[in-house]
Design a protein around this ligand. Sequence first.
Ligand SMILES: [Fe+2]
Length: 359
Amino acid sequence: MKSVLSERKTFHPSQLERRELPDSAGQAVRALADEIAVTLGPSPAIAITLTDPDLLHHIDARYLELPEAVHQAMRAPATDAGVTVVGRLPLRDDELGHTPLDWRQAAAWAGDAGRRSSSYALDITMLLLARCAGEPFGWQGQQGGRLVNNIVPSPGHEHEQSGASSTALLSPHSEDAFHPQRANLLMLGCLRNPDDVGTTVSSVRQVELDAAQRERLSRRELPILPDVSYGADFPDEPAPPIATLGDEDGQLTLRFDPAYTPLDEADPEFRSAYDHLAAELERVCITAALAPGELLLVDNDVVVHGRVPFTPRYNGTDRWLKRVNIRLPQRRRAAAEAAESGYGQRVVAPFRTIRGNRR
Ligand SMILES: [Fe+2]
């Protein structure tokens, strides 16, 4: 199917739920993160994965100190659009240093005090904010298990369907759709976006489907395979079929990643319903060009996200986002998902463990 997203230049900020963070609240988050960073000291060992017990203890012990305005701003999106822009953290471009060329370099540089970049303190900022929303987690097989992912264009990955791509349209998808423990909420924090590259978001609660299409897409029909950011080394086990559409308290939910779904194996009726859903998601698509200091909260059970193509610079000034996966413990998913193996991918979920230990 031809995509119109690659030509889409129209932004629709008026359709996005916006929450303004008072200046004092934004400064309070950054000040607490800076204090934790100084207390722990610049540490390559901590920065590599951000799972150091001292760091986790500081996050968990102190996020409740943040102003109520921060906690209010970090609630899950409240509208059918399923996305919220939170603005705006105080951030200066000259505190960032160069945009790294890939996630490994980003993690290494975050722990290098000699680089004089605020990347490490901003990692802690993102963890504090994500902790206000729910339980931040990572994946053992993605970016080395780091709890805060760096999204930057990387040489050699321009055409992939992953966050490291650039010149290719990143097709709308649910984050980690292949896995039963995928995030309920995705947080994208913008550090730098000099060319106003748009993030696309489409809510399943705004699409039009007839009863037959809805019924067909609610059956477990085809699998979704892990995306390229997890590598290619997966256990050779059966790929369980999953339902594209789900239901939460009578409202539609979605699990969608056509780039990693073997659609050629589907019968024409399913394929037709799936293609209609994809076209509808394009019709209702909103494009948000995040500014430095803005956060995008994406309800990953309701919304698919993508990114328009752009030309990477590779000169230290490229677009740079920090991404955190967040579990909302109050959310429930379909019971059938509990039997899925997740292709051997394991979450790194230290905040869940801390909570469990306290009970
Ligand atoms: Fe994504």
